[in-house]
Ligand binder design. Structure first.
Ligand SMILES: Cc1ncc(COP(=O)(O)O)c(C=O)c1O
Length: 425
């Protein structure tokens, strides 16, 4: 080892490079490992840029005002539009729309909001309950800031409330500490593509209230929904005390890197303080593009985009039904991913990483192995023993992304994947 590495902070040794970043280096024809948005409003962004260019050209003062440092919590006009959108689209009642714009915190992607939330809440060893598997940008960040992940089981509809409650109770007993955070992705989660029923959302909210746990509700895929959206848990948080509701423009307007979060006031103040130390402010120019996009274009541009993602999902799902061996899998009602795992013990023992390298790559196919969606360390609740055990990784699971590859390549790629799995399992 290079002796200079001794100067590095300990977390750099504990946390490996993200599996997805590693896989991005392998290019394959049937690239089912990606989570990038493949369908964007291509005409609209140039249009917005022309509109902005004219505005800046018309008066040098406009340039001086906007090619500038901005407020740490974000550009006020964008926050007004997004505050209104949370009321009209998400039916959230704990803010009053535009006039409550100061409750919105803009971040550089919702990844930054996740980081800020964990940064202001986690002391070393604090327990965070997450789904098994869960978004790697969340679970790994928990470990990075010194937290302790305990995973709770999921089925094809997402987190199972009864087990979440037992995870909280047993983890508190086992580690002699209160659980601080419950992480939930209600709509089309990453990696499983599950959407929680409203009943489960209500149950999870009540469990969080009862056990005094803060909920980080990650709404990353809420705009990419093939069916009518179910009300978010944030609608239940009537006095804005329990739920951090993190949204993003990334899945429908990826280049902007604009996240927007509504959270309890006492957390907002601290998150804004933390953001100030991280980046001073999010670039104003991207916020201006987002402002115009949300004000004028999203309503007409989004439905055909969502429809195309649905068509891609339908093709991937049919190919899976036709070719995969026996397993457990999801049929997403939104988002970018299908999850598949073999039945029984193979869910834990089948090595998808090895399968990727030795079988899929030579066939120009690639998926993300289940193990990518677990922290480097932590614990798991085992529904069979009803105890907290060592981290239990669904190694045999895989995330199949249908968002970025064209329809015919999805069809051939998923069929190839199914046939190769059938030969091997
Ligand atoms: C579940 C989930 N949350 C948050 C993020 C981060 O989103 P953003 O691009 O807005 O930072 C992602 C990105 O893939 C995600 O899948």
């Amino acid at each position: 080892m290079d002796p200079m590495r001794k100067v590095l902070a300990e977390w750099t040794q504990e946390i490996p490079e993200s599996e997805i970043r590693r896989l991005l280096k392998s290019k394959t024809k049937y690239y089912l490992a990606g989570g990038l948005p493949g369908i964007l409003p291509t005409k609209i962004f140039p249009e917005i840029l022309r509109e902005l260019a004219e505005y800046y050209d018309s008066d040098p003062q406009n340039v001086i005002n906007e090619f500038q440092y901005g407020q740490t919590a974000g550009w006020p006009d964008l926050r007004k539009i997004l505050a209104e959108r949370l009321v009209t689209k998400d039916k959230i009642t704990c803010i009053g729309g535009r006039e409550d714009w100061e409750k919105i915190l803009i971040s550089t992607g919702s990844q930054q909001a996740i980081y800020l939330a964990l940064d202001i809440l986690i002391n070393p060893g604090d327990i965070v309950v997450t789904p098994s598997p869960a978004y790697l940008g969340f679970v790994t960040t928990v470990v990075k800031v010194g937290g302790h992940v305990v995973t709770a089981p999921t089925d094809t509809e997402g987190l199972i409330p009864e087990y979440v409650e037992d995870t909280i109770i047993k983890a508190e007993k086992e580690f002699g500490k209160k659980v601080k955070i419950l992480y939930v992705v209600e709509d089309s989660d990453n990696p499983k593509g599950t959407t929680l029923s409203f009943k489960r959302r209500e149950q999870l909210f009540n469990i969080a209230e009862q056990h005094d746990v803060i909920v980080i509700c990650d709404a990353a895929y809420k705009e990419i929904q093939f069916e009518e959206r179910r009300p978010t848990m944030k609608t239940l948080d009537k006095d804005n005390t329990r739920v951090i509701h993190a949204s993003t423009s990334s899945k429908e307007a990826a280049p902007l890197r604009i996240g927007y979060t509504l959270m309890p006031d006492f957390l907002h103040i601290e998150a804004e303080k933390s953001k100030g130390y991280l980046d001073l402010c999010t670039p104003t120019i991207t916020q201006r593009i987002a402002e115009i996009y949300y004000e004028k274009y999203i309503e007409e541009s989004l439905p055909p985009i969502v429809q195309k993602y649905k068509e891609q999902k339908d093709i991937a799902y049919q190919a899976l039904l036709d070719t995969f061996p026996e397993g457990e899998f999801t049929n997403p009602t939104g988002g970018f991913f299908i999850w598949w795992q073999p039945k029984g013990e193979k869910a834990f023992s089948f090595n998808v990483d090895k399968f990727n390298q030795e079988v899929l790559l030579p066939n120009e196919v690639l998926v993300v192995p289940g193990k990518a969606f677990y922290p480097p360390q932590g614990h798991s609740y085992d529904p069979e023993t009803r105890k907290i055990e060592q981290l239990k990784v669904i190694n045999g699971g895989m995330r199949i992304g249908y968002s970025f590859v064209s329809k015919d390549l999805i069809d051939i790629g998923v069929r190839k994947l199914g046939n190769l799995l059938s030969e091997h399992l």
